[in-house]
Design a protein around this ligand. Structure first.
Ligand SMILES: C[S@@+](CC[C@H](N)C(=O)[O-])C[C@H]1O[C@@H](n2cnc3c(N)ncnc32)[C@H](O)[C@@H]1O
Length: 215
């Protein structure tokens, strides 16, 4: 029961992540940049990007080298220390703070990059995740990245289902790209999708993908 969870097994708290980073129990760590992100960077015009729940933040360097302006955020002090030491002179791209409440400035982002952040959050936070993403993106900005689907007996991670994703995103986003990921870590193999969700609240978009019939 969520009400009975303690600091050490509640993934909505920084302490949950601190202990795992501190003892090197980080099975989600890709130690690099996924191929789908490299392809996205090759085909996209640079702009501004936010990387929430950035962990070790390898992607910061990839976005930087492709000409993007980056903000990365994580609420675990241990993760932020790790990211900063990984990034050297790009360390100041990483802020320590809570994605849901930290003041990220008045400018809206062109793109927000997702990998193993949504699935790190207890599902009761998912509607707030979608609202915050819409709030932080410019009106036709994109939430892009790798989303985990499937089932998990012992979460986290909390995977999505196609039905849940449609229900969560349909008010504010339209799915414009949805392809399997080729280089998943073994623990995520077969369950990751590269997706591009365009913020559409206030706009009517015509060419969207029917998620439930495409997974
Ligand atoms: C599974 S890890 C993924 C890290 C990174 N995205 C990656 O792909 O390696 C989830 C990360 O989200 C961070 N996190 C969870 N909830 C957060 C929140 N509300 N605000 C900021 N960071 C959060 C955790 O500290 C942790 O580093």
């Amino acid at each position: 029961m969520r009400e009975q969870e303690t600091e050490s097994n509640d993934s909505s708290r920084p302490e949950f992540w601190d202990v795992r980073y501190a003892c090197g129990e980080t099975p989600w760590d890709f130690h690099g940049v996924p191929a789908a992100l490299k392809a996205f960077l090759k085909e996209s015009r640079p702009g501004t990007v936010l990387i929430p729940g950035c962990g070790a933040a390898y992607e910061v360097r990839a976005f930087h080298e492709a000409g993007w302006r980056i903000a990365a955020i994580d609420f675990s002090p241990v993760a932020v220390k790790r990211a900063r030491s990984e990034l050297g002179r790009l360390a100041n791209c990483v802020v320590q703070g809570d994605f849901f409440t930290h003041d990220l400035g008045a400018d809206r982002f062109d793109v927000i990059y997702e990998r193993t952040f949504l699935c790190a959050l207890p599902p009761e936070l998912w509607p707030a995740y979608v609202n915050r993403m819409a709030q932080l993106l410019r009106p036709d900005g994109k939430l892009v990245g790798i989303f985990l689907y499937g089932e998990e007996k012992d979460p986290p991670p909390y995977p999505l289902s196609a039905e849940k994703a449609s229900e969560l995103f349909r008010q504010k986003f339209s799915l414009m790209k949805n392809v399997p990921v080729s280089d998943s870590l073994p623990i995520f193999q077969g369950n990751e999708r590269w997706q591009e969700w365009v913020r559409t609240d206030g706009f009517s978009m015509s060419c969207t993908i029917d998620l439930e019939s495409s997974i």
